[in-house]
Design a protein around this ligand. Structure first.
Ligand SMILES: Nc1ncnc2c1ncn2[C@@H]1O[C@H](COP(=O)(O)OP(=O)(O)OP(=O)(O)O)[C@@H](O)[C@H]1O
Length: 291
């Protein structure tokens, strides 16, 4: 049996006034959570917007649920199956939290009022906002607003969830709550999680894609990326200016991420963050770009 991928991007390129935000990106996604990492300006938001059908690519092919959506009806059919949390979520003025998610549900064609309200309550509970749903959005904190954005993306339990930095500004306790929500979603749905939080990727994702300069620099298992840092991370008594990165930790010792062991250093267990720093550092060295 052939399994149709949820998302298949082939040679996707997008330029903004001569700058390649995405440059020949190939990506296939199926159920599970894929982390999308990359420095500022790497093209993550552009990739999510194109996959969410908000933006059209300059070149290449976007196939969602086995179809290349063309025309309003196909686009509407695809959009019914996806939930999207944009990087910046505008909120119409004066809405309460409940009113905002309810409004988004109306746009998503939930016409039956009782069923819609039940679904709005369900997603607000999932992100732990049921207690403040009657407050105006303008009175919610930044982290609460972010969770409200995630709630609207979860409406209808979509087959494809595209999340642009969902945990930005969210406190540690709530981040763990959101991890539980996302890990449950990833059991059934295809989730693409763009983030700067390597810990969230390490905690949630089996696969990670690293974008840099609009190109895919790594696409594979999180464990495989972490393994690339084996033997290149140490704890030392002094900083190492020659290393890719070194900093004083809370214990007073210095974590050194680089190519050569400093004198007297002892090996440390690499993390995804270490591997990511080394991957981008290598690109900087080979291309002359500052990482
Ligand atoms: N609407 C736009 N007009 C002009 N340039 C744009 C536009 N959107 C993105 N870009 C440019 O495309 C490149 C990729 O931007 P994008 O927002 O996709 O990166 P990102 O990886 O999401 O960055 P960040 O981590 O800072 O959110 C950047 O150089 C950015 O300036």
């Amino acid at each position: 049996m052939t399994v149709v991928p949820t998302v298949a991007l082939t040679g996707v390129t997008k330029r903004f006034r001569g700058t390649a935000a995405l440059d020949d990106v190939h990506l296939t996604l199926g159920p599970g959570i894929t982390g999308l990492l990359g420095p500022n300006g790497a093209g993550k938001t552009t990739l999510l917007r194109i996959t969410a059908t908000v933006l059209t690519p300059g070149a290449g092919e976007v196939v969602l649920f086995g179809t290349r959506p063309a025309g309003p009806e196909q686009l509407a059919a695809v959009r019914r199956r996806l939930g999207y949390l944009p990087q910046e979520m505008g909120h119409p003025r004066g809405f309460t939290g409940f009113g905002f998610v309810d409004y988004m549900a109306v746009l998503k064609e939930w016409t039956d009022r009782a069923a819609r309200h039940a679904e709005v309550r369900r997603v607000l509970e999932l992100v732990d906002l049921d207690g403040v749903a009657a407050r105006r959005v303008s009175a919610l904190s930044g982290g609460q607003r972010r969770r409200l954005g995630l709630a609207q993306a979860l409406l209808g339990d979509p087959d494809l969830l595209l999340l642009d930095e969902p945990t930005t500004g969210v406190d540690p306790g709530q981040r763990v709550t959101l991890r539980q929500v996302l890990s449950r979603a990833g059991e059934r749905s295809t989730v693409l999680l763009s983030t700067h939080q390597t810990e969230d990727v390490a905690a949630l994702c089996d696969r990670v894609v690293v974008l840099d300069g609009g190109r895919v620099r790594f696409d594979g298992a999180v464990a495989d990326l972490v393994a690339t840092a084996a033997g290149r991370v140490w704890l030392a008594d002094a900083p190492d200016p020659a290393a890719r990165a070194s900093w004083r930790t809370g214990t007073g010792r210095h974590r050194v991420v680089g190519q050569a062991a400093p004198a007297g250093a002892e090996p440390a267990e690499p993390t995804l963050e270490d591997a990511y720093l080394l991957l981008l550092g290598e690109r900087a060295r080979t291309t002359g770009v500052a990482a």
